[in-house]
Write a protein that binds this ligand. Structure first.
Ligand SMILES: Nc1ncnc2c1ncn2[C@@H]1O[C@H](COP(=O)(O)OP(=O)(O)O)[C@@H](O)[C@H]1O
Ligand SMILES: [Mg+2]
Length: 238
């Protein structure tokens, strides 16, 4: 089998003296849609921030496309093709939807490719096309999430990491965004979704890692984990 796109080995990370992640090991294969689930405070965001270079790991390996990226700066990780759509969307205030999207492409020089990807995200989320001149931060939560994901796609990543797709959004919108993720994944883009809402994550992802208090507690296919009584009781209220 070919080498995984992302391979994390024995990762320890945290903030200053406060260690949050303990011995995290996981793999994401090229082309798959995987998820990391866990309760509030489990360490999911810390893990994404460590992968994307916003936090330096204490120890352990983060290998991306065969190259060690652990400890690189956020810009360097982005340049390798890893995009992090942050929790809470974080769009630029005072900038239009279109300019937010184009900022996602700031490292690119291929004008035709940028235009093609802009057409792709406008097809995927037609509302963004309609609202392209509007200040992005004045849109609804769901529209801002669409814009944040589209901005991520505009950098033409090899790995798209999304922190809390569904947080604070109505079920109908979550459904719409989930369909969009599947559509994006079908283009061949690898996606790593982080979710508190296990039901939502398991509906779209094929593989899952469950984080509990900074450690991987369980891992497997979502099909199998979705039948696990412990998961059903602890995370699905079943
Ligand atoms: N900037 C920070 N400084 C210190 N501790 C933090 C910081 N951010 C988060 N933490 C702590 O790290 C732990 C994991 O948080 P986080 O990664 O945000 O969890 P999740 O995304 O799963 O909700 C929590 O105990 C949280 O309080
Ligand atoms: Mg979080």
């Amino acid at each position: 089998m070919s080498e995984p796109l992302l391979e994390i080995t024995g990762l320890q990370s945290g903030y200053g003296d406060v260690q949050v992640l303990w011995d995290i090991s996981l793999v994401v294969e090229e082309g798959e849609l995987a998820c990391i689930v866990g309760s509030n405070g489990a360490g999911k965001t810390t893990l994404l921030r460590t992968i994307s270079g916003l936090i330096k790991p204490i120890s352990g390996g983060v290998k991306f496309a065969g190259k060690e990226i652990g400890g690189l700066s956020a810009d360097a990780v982005l340049a390798q093709g890893v995009v992090h759509v942050p929790e809470g969307r974080r769009l630029f205030k005072g900038l239009s939807v279109r300019d937010n999207l184009l900022l996602g492409a700031y490292l690119r020089r291929d004008r035709d490719g940028i235009q093609r990807d802009l057409d792709f995200v406008f097809d995927l989320f037609p509302i963004l096309k309609e609202r392209q001149s509007q200040d992005a931060t004045t849109m609804s939560g769901g529209e801002q999430q669409m814009c944040a994901i589209a901005r991520g796609i505009m950098s033409r990543p090899r790995l798209l990491m999304i922190d809390e797709l569904s947080l604070g959004l109505a079920p109908r919108l979550v459904e719409r965004l989930s369909e969009a993720l599947l559509e994006i994944n079908r283009t061949g883009l690898t996606i790593l979704l982080v979710e508190q809402d296990v039901m939502t994550a398991f509906e779209v992802a094929r593989h899952a890692y469950v984080i509990e208090i900074g450690r991987i507690a369980m891992a497997g296919t979502t099909e199998k984990l979705g039948d696990d009584p412990r998961i059903r009781e602890a995370y699905m209220g079943l």
